[in-house]
Design a protein around this ligand. Structure first.
Ligand code: G6P
Length: 478
């Protein structure tokens, strides 16, 4: 098996005891590297005056190498805070209204991608496979090719991909999104996202094969498919089973004093719909007063990207709204919403998921949302909780046992919470069983295998047999 070189902006060095790194990417990549010889390259998380000119730091752990570089204050500002998180992030989450484009930030983004390629170059062996992750590094394949690396290079987009009319609001999109045409394989979270990206490339002059799984552009061939990201389902279920007996879990359970727990777990981000969720919860207390004092809504929300102004705004809005709801419905012996900004270990989160009668996962837009999958995996199959899930999370394409809601409709969130709390045991079990089976059969190992098999395939010469097979598949409507 060739060595796998993974590249992403963040690098999470495994530490089961420590707080987990926010966001689904770290979880997925860590698991993908589990059974392989690998190298994970990215930003150290440090900002230093020398930036990428500092020597890369190398850490060896569990037969894997973690290689990281620093960013200079300017690089960090323009590439990470600027273009990645004030332009690409909002636009790819359908929020063109929040995008703040500057040519300087775009320049910084392209420059840092070049620096990543410079620093990584010396570590790449000719037979490595390279797997690049997420929107920070769209042009990395072009940069690596320009430095003479002919390795198979795949790209996976962890966040949503909107239709071309939205994508094309991105100034000079050919310089960023368009450079995805330098990869051998591009993966999206859902078929819906993949199809949006196909439409974009069609508008850029790409021609697709018959079953639309690959396209030719500027003399290159690129595979483009959906690979819904997953979790280590059985491992997570085991973690939850033992974590529920921990001191942490007992303390939380005691503090609930018999009240049913409604749980939200999200990075503090406007795409997560936290304000809409609080409004939905407020509506729930208003319309179903019989639940007052019988439920506790715990929202766990680690902060990230705090230097980006839109994140300071959402922080303020969420704090204010929670204060209003607690002020309005709370009584001396009961606070409706508990809000914590800490990140918790995987085990602690698993315990909270298992304890929660309702998992509220209601993003306005989300690539996949692994919290939804973890919530299902963590449940006690004998007495499972109910997942309330936004129709705009990628996970909604798979989790058909969830109560799907439109997060823009507080009345719908309120009714779903009530429905979840009242749902009979047999129905809860049946819904959970269906979803758990799906997650066990489609776990993170399978995700990585499917992606890497497709990457290997992307380098196979196309034979007459392949063409015939494809033609046959299209004819029989596969
Ligand atoms: C999302 C993104 C990841 C990112 C994570 C945390 O999951 O897809 O690429 O790492 O959020 O965001 P941060 O800006 O703190 O890395």
């Amino acid at each position: 098996m060739p060595r796998l070189v993974v590249v992403s902006n963040r690098v999470a060095i495994p530490d089961p005891e420590g707080p987990r790194q926010a966001g689904g990417l770290a979880v997925a990549v860590n698991a993908a590297l589990k059974h392989r010889e690998g190298l994970w390259f990215g930003w150290s998380g440090e900002i230093s005056d020398e930036g990428a000119n500092n020597r890369p730091k190398i850490i060896e752990r569990r037969q894997r190498s973690f290689v990281t570089i620093d960013l200079s204050p300017t690089d960090h500002q323009e590439y990470y805070n600027g273009f990645a998180n004030r332009v690409l992030w909002p636009i790819l989450h359908y929020r063109v209204d929040l995008a703040e484009f500057t040519a300087v930030d775009l320049g910084g983004y392209l420059r840092v991608n070049g620096r990543f390629a410079d620093a990584l170059s010396g570590f790449i062996r000719p037979d490595d496979w390279i797997w690049v992750h997420d929107y920070h590094l769209l042009p990395l394949a072009r940069e690596l090719r320009a430095r003479g690396h002919d390795n198979p290079i795949g790209f996976f987009l962890h966040i949503p991909c909107p239709p071309p009319d939205i994508l094309m609001a991105l100034p000079q999109h050919a310089e960023t999104l368009g450079t995805l045409g330098h990869y051998d394989l591009v993966g999206a979270q859902t078929e819906h996202d993949a199809e949006n990206l196909r439409h974009y490339f069609e508008r850029q002059g790409a021609s697709f094969n018959r079953n639309r799984t690959s396209f030719d552009i500027d003399g290159r061939r690129v595979q483009l498919r959906a690979f819904p990201v997953a979790i280590a389902t059985r491992v997570y279920a085991r973690t939850a089973r033992s974590a529920i007996r921990s001191d942490f879990a007992n303390e939380v359970r005691d503090s609930l004093a018999g009240r049913r727990l409604i749980l939200g777990v999200d990075r503090l981000d406007y795409s997560k719909g936290i304000t809409h969720r609080i409004q939905g919860f407020s509506q729930f207390l208003e319309v179903y007063p019989e639940w007052r004092q019988h439920v506790t809504f715990l929202q766990v929300t680690p902060k990230s990207r705090i230097e980006v102004p839109e994140y300071a705004d959402i922080n303020h809005t969420v704090n204010t709204l929670i204060g209003e709801v607690n002020g309005r419905f709370g009584v001396p012996a009961w606070t409706p919403i508990r809000y914590v900004n800490r990140a918790y270990s995987r085990a602690s989160l698993a315990a909270l998921y298992r304890m929660a009668a309702v998992g509220l996962v209601t993003p306005l837009r989300d690539g996949m949302n692994l919290v939804a999958k973890e919530y299902v995996a963590a449940q006690n199959p004998e007495n499972p909780g109910v997942l309330v899930l936004s129709q705009f999370a990628g996970a909604a394409e798979e989790l058909d046992g969830a109560l799907l809601v439109n997060p823009h409709e507080p009345e719908a969130i309120a009714a779903a919470i009530d429905g979840a709390l009242k749902m009979p045991l047999a129905e809860r079990q049946a819904r959970h069983r269906r979803m758990y089976r799906h997650l066990a059969a489609n776990d993170i190992d399978r995700w990585a295998e499917r992606f890497l098999a497709a990457l290997a395939e992307s380098r196979q010469p196309v034979t007459l047999f392949d063409n015939l097979r494809q033609l046959f598949q299209v004819r029989v409507g596969k």
